[in-house]
Design a protein around this ligand. Sequence first.
Ligand code: ZN
Length: 298
Amino acid sequence: MHLLYGGIEAGGTKFVCGIGSGPDDIQHIERFPTTTPDETIGRCIDFFKKHATDKNAFEAIGIGSFGPVDPNPDSEHYGYITATPKPHWSHTNFVQPIREALKVPVAFDTDVNVAALSEQTWGAAQGLDTFIYLTIGTGIGGGGLVNGELMHGLVHPEMGHIRIPHDLERDPFPGRCPFHGDCLEGLACGPAIEDRWGKPGRELPPDHPAWELEAEYLAYAVVNYICTLSPQKVILGGGVMEHPNLHHLIRKQVTKLLNGYVQAPQLLEDIDNYIVPPSLGSEAGVLGAFSLARRMHG
Ligand code: ZN
């Protein structure tokens, strides 16, 4: 007998709700746009009420949410989306209305931690206990596991907002992070590419200088994470990473920047299998949410 779980992938533009136990067993799935919290969380509750029949009873719900969030169960704001710039969503209590309406345990974490968990359970990070997952799209977010535990701490990592070298002569673009200007996200997220070059990344040819610069910025970041966290693998996903050559360019830059210092065959001999794209598709968020619910439920 296999147990069923509910999963919610809460993104800034769309939500995905599902019921199932794994990639080969998604019994129901529904996608809808992110509007106001009342309406969108209401649609999640309706979805689970509609599909949770006796035959389809689920044990717990996992949520992977855009952030920033409060994932600390001991905090009075646990389960909240906190100070997000996204209109209407700042200081939204996400977990409580779901738990009250559906009367099941609810596990809550960042979207990137949950995506990392799905890669560990079914994808590119199977068998690993320390790895990172970075998503480069509208923003840049990072998560993952350290020694088998999802990365938390004070709040949760904000890997997109680290500082990296920025040569203003070569790249006068000031960056677009509303908090920091030229942090990693400010320089290298998808909208930064569009602002700097006047065209979205998908319209720039593969040999455009934008990509060397992008690879360099992302490589600085990856090298910093390698040196601080010693991940066994680095998974790079998100819309910007769909460029066909970007993983290759980043691997080259990372090798150059590390300069042989970190003595691991994965880096020195097999970097193609060390810096990799995610291996799960568009259902990764919901699958990771099943996995999160199962971890909590035991
Ligand atoms: Zn920033």
